[in-house]
Design a protein. Sequence first.
Length: 338
Amino acid sequence: MTIRGPFVYYTTVCDSSGLPDGSRTERGFFVDKLVKKVTRVLSVIVVLLLVISVTSVFKLFKNSPAAETETTTQAVSRETTVEDTTAPGETTAAVETTAEGETTAEGQTTAQNETTTHGQTTVKPDTKPTTMEEIVAYYNAAANKVRKDKPGFTKVNQAEIGEITSPSSTIQGIAKAVIPMFSSAQKPTTTTVNKGGSGDFPVKGQSYGSKLQASYLLSATCKDKGSYYEITMKFKDEKLADLPADPAKTRHGSAMNVLSAAEVYDQTDKFKSIVKVTKFAPTYSGSYIECTIDKATGNMKSVTFYFRTIANVVAKPLVGTIEASVPFAIRDTYTLKY
């Protein structure tokens, strides 16, 4: 077909369908481009919903439901790693080492003025804990005293979201842009509980404050600060195939507030019509407890629970599947008032 005009003269060759030759190719190009744009928009929406569903879990740490029954913690043994030697006046229970004013031991369970009953180590109030077992026992006694005495406290809660990684570079790139949009979810919040109300002080929903065992830890240190001891205990990594049905049966759950599968999926399922989280397998990594305990009374003065999770999340949007590694942490700092 030839078209003539005052300024235009060109010939268009048509195929057997009557459409200009090449128009189908151009139409396919534009359709493909449109599909890519729509896919990217949907990916942004899915990542947004994924992050929203994860951040919705944070509020459970601010006011998590109480467990109904008391359970016991099961021990899982792992190798203890080497910890740096400490300054004079500090006790480190991780590896055997010597330094002036420092006591270090590994795996010791008995010492002078110490008794052991059913695997539990106890230390007299006026005796500085030296072994890992002694430090853990001293902490357990103070934490259990909090649950018994129910002092008032002020709690500062802060959530942290790390860099989300994914086998999909598109999802990972979108996540990097999306995370800053949730900065408000990472701002600290303060809660005050009056004396007589234990609130959510760990272990929430249980009659005890801690059933921690030395075998759950990488290291435990105790520093003599004059009128009080400063204790730091670092946890071993704990990898789970899925969120626990009973958090108290995990190592971290023996002394920290750990969320159950029911609690987390109850939050993520709110968005299941668009994207359903089908897997939320956590690895608890880098967690620790820091506290100060008054020598004279055995009262815990302050404590920080740092609970870090790397969650392997699999989500199914309307089309396809998304897999991502989502690191986040909760830091709860309690200042107790007897």
